[in-house]
Ligand binder design. Structure first.
Ligand code: HEC
Ligand code: HEC
Ligand code: HEC
Ligand code: HEC
Ligand code: HEC
Ligand code: HEC
Ligand code: HEC
Ligand code: HEC
Length: 413
């Protein structure tokens, strides 16, 4: 077999030499070989030269013994300008044929739930379609559900048509999504000691990037112990448990009546909005400490993370106290202000919250609490304190004062 390839190669080289000798040049010969069959490249090279160049630079175009061609991913039903709709849109099912491992890992992780969680929140449906498309789905499409049943957008991290592993290894591959008010992990990491060393050392690997900790050994299954909202059960003591339940109540009332409530709890579990078992937490924690231990002592890593757990306990308590202040306004009939208002504070209404005091609660929850514990985890003292814990305490103060004001203004005689 090998010998056959070699002799075919020498014939090809020979033919190339003949072509040069005849004056057609090897470039034309190579291009002819490419346009063989479907003719995708010859036409698209004129239409979208940048796109075709990226494919040419990709490992796919250089793969041996067989290149991954345009038609491998898009099929060959479309052949010209009049039938573009026949071009197949590749999904993870297409990639899976050759990258089984990555697709399977991806499916087990949190990214695969991203589109479903964005749709699970009723406030999403209240936003205009154009806003959903430009905002939520711009990021949550990483977990896009396709008609063929497969899930994910692999080009979220290794963009088309280069499909480069090296690009996906850069922390900037995560930046478009993991930034901003409620999940500023990129900014936190970037200005932490880890990010600064990464920058000053020109990415030498002396300091960890997102992928070092979250995609160990290229594992595409991303999932943390605490999760986005740092709500999980069981936690070590009664007060912490009660505080967690108070917050879960405030993200759970979307359904309102009992059936609806049950449906919500089901969604919280299925989409892993709150984490409800100890084993998976212990497992992810152990894996994480092992990463720290490649550069720090094991106890250094463990103590840092345990302190961050304590920060979660403290922020959960302050947050729960604030929720209770507003729950009391509902219990005493001060809220809702209108007959069709909610019957309980609903943290997942976000900026559609009906009153200013609940708007303050939403900011405290989604902006300040998030920064406080995420900053503590990602070793960024300033995010933890001045963007997180400090504003959280200020918010709580305002909520308490507003509650007194609301009682005066809206209380029944
Ligand atoms: C004769 C020219 C021509 C050939 C040959 C051709 N295409 Fe196209 N292709 C087009 C045009 C024109 C469009 C529409 C571009 C637009 O919408 O701006 C298109 C669109 C596409 C799209 C986007 C489809 C969509 O729904 O947006 C893909 C993918 C595609 N082509 C892949 C291929 C592949 C793979 C082949 C080879 C099997 C191929 N093309 C052959 C001209 C061609
Ligand atoms: C490894 C698979 C793969 C190969 C090989 C591939 N594509 Fe694509 N292509 C994709 C993916 C993935 C998308 C994005 C689909 C989506 O999510 O809508 C895409 C989108 C496109 C689009 C429409 C969107 C855009 O960015 O303009 C065109 C046109 C296209 N491909 C043409 C080509 C051509 C021409 C070739 C060969 C030079 C090629 N593709 C090779 C995977 C591939
Ligand atoms: C027909 C098989 C095939 C299909 C389908 C395919 N690939 Fe590949 N892919 C390959 C081969 C072969 C390589 C090169 C491996 C090498 O050089 O080590 C590769 C390499 C890659 C790499 C690593 C590139 C690097 O820089 O090292 C990524 C990322 C990748 N593919 C993503 C995708 C995605 C995403 C899809 C689906 C849209 C896809 N591939 C579809 C065969 C395929
Ligand atoms: C800039 C990108 C971006 C935009 C825009 C965005 N999200 Fe997210 N969203 C994320 C990221 C990243 C996470 C996970 C962050 C984390 O775990 O810290 C997330 C988490 C969530 C979660 C929590 C998932 C969980 O497991 O707890 C929900 C629900 C959610 N987003 C809904 C929405 C909705 C609804 C919109 C639009 C109104 C939206 N998002 C807009 C990037 C975005
Ligand atoms: C969250 C970002 C992200 C997403 C989404 C993602 N990848 Fe990757 N991918 C990476 C990173 C990071 C690497 C490099 C891993 C390493 O070598 O450490 C990688 C590497 C790869 C490789 C090369 C593996 C190797 O050993 O050379 C393939 C193939 C691949 N990814 C396929 C896929 C497929 C298929 C999908 C969609 C199901 C996908 N990736 C989605 C981040 C991502
Ligand atoms: C296209 C946007 C996008 C990109 C790029 C992206 N993510 Fe995500 N990521 C999300 C969204 C959205 C979620 C929340 C998923 C959900 O709603 O369940 C998420 C969740 C996560 C989680 C899980 C948090 C939890 O709940 O436990 C981790 C860890 C994570 N991403 C790490 C990364 C890393 C590391 C990279 C870069 C290699 C990356 N992400 C790239 C959008 C993105
Ligand atoms: C030194 C390791 C390390 C680095 C580097 C790192 N993280 Fe994390 N990250 C963690 C740990 C530890 C947790 C909390 C794990 C747990 O829940 O027990 C976490 C949590 C998260 C979460 C869940 C929500 C949260 O913030 O608590 C997301 C999303 C995330 N990281 C994304 C990123 C992104 C994106 C980057 C790069 C910009 C990054 N991380 C860099 C270690 C790291
Ligand atoms: C690839 C190596 C590497 C990994 C992995 C790593 N770090 Fe670091 N980290 C460093 C370096 C280098 C410094 C700078 C040490 C100094 O300040 O002299 C640092 C600094 C720190 C600092 C701040 C400086 C200090 O001494 O207090 C904290 C906190 C920290 N790391 C925590 C962690 C945690 C927690 C993990 C695991 C989740 C981790 N690191 C993983 C390399 C690493």
């Amino acid at each position: 077999m090998r010998r056959l390839v070699v002799s075919l190669l020498s014939i090809a080289v020979g033919l190339g030499a003949v072509a040069v000798w005849l004056g057609t040049g090897p470039e034309t010969a190579a291009q002819e070989a490419e346009t063989e069959g479907a003719g995708c490249i010859a036409c698209h090279e004129k239409l979208n030269p940048g796109l075709v160049q990226q494919w040419r630079d990709s490992k796919h175009a250089k793969a041996e013994p067989k290149r991954v061609e345009c038609q491998t991913c898009h099929g060959d039903d479309h052949t010209g300008a009049d039938d573009a709709e026949k071009a197949r849109t590749p999904t993870p099912k297409t990639c899976k044929k050759c990258h089984f491992k990555q697709v399977r890992q991806f499916n087990k992780g949190k990214h695969a739930l991203a589109e479903a969680t964005a749709h699970a929140i009723p406030m999403t449906a209240n936003q205009p379609d154009s806003v959903q498309k430009a905002a939520c789905l711009g990021c949550h499409s990483i977990g896009k559900k396709w008609e063929d049943g497969s899930v994910g957008k692999c080009d979220s991290c290794h963009t088309r048509h280069l499909f480069s592993a090296e690009e996906a290894r850069q922390p900037e591959a995560c930046e478009t999504c993991h930034m901003g008010e409620d999940h500023s992990q990129y900014e936190m990491w970037r200005s932490s000691k880890h990010g600064v060393i990464h920058a000053t050392d020109g990415g030498s690997g002396r300091a960890p990037v997102c992928q070092t900790c979250h995609m160990q050994e290229g594992d595409h299954e991303v999932m943390t112990g605490w999760g986005f909202l740092a709500l999980r059960l069981p936690v070590p003591d009664e007060q912490w448990t009660a505080d967690t339940m108070t917050i879960v109540r405030a993200i759970g009332p979307w359904g309102q009546d009992e059936a609806g409530m049950e449906e919500r709890i089901g969604a919280i579990k299925a989409l892993k909005l709150a984490r409800l078992d100890q084993e998976s937490f212990d497992e992810t924690r152990a894996k994480m400490i092992k990463v720290c231990a490649t550069c720090h002592s094991e106890s250094f890593g463990r103590e840092h993370l345990e302190n961050a757990d304590e920060v979660i306990r403290e922020t959960t308590h302050v947050m729960a106290e604030a929720v209770r202040v507003i729950e009391k306004l509902y219990e005493d009939g001060i809220l809702p202000l209108t007959a069709d208002g909610p019957k309980h504070p609903d943290l997942l209404l976000f900026y559609d919250s009906p009153t200013e005091i609940e708007q303050e609660l939403y900011r405290m929850f989604l902006f300040h609490r998030q920064k406080a514990f995420q900053g503590a985890i990602h070793a960024n003292p300033d995010y933890m304190h001045w963007y997180g814990w400090g504003p959280m305490k200020s918010s709580f103060q305002r909520i308490k004062e507003m509650a007194v004001e609301y009682r005066k203004r809206y209380g029944k005689k």
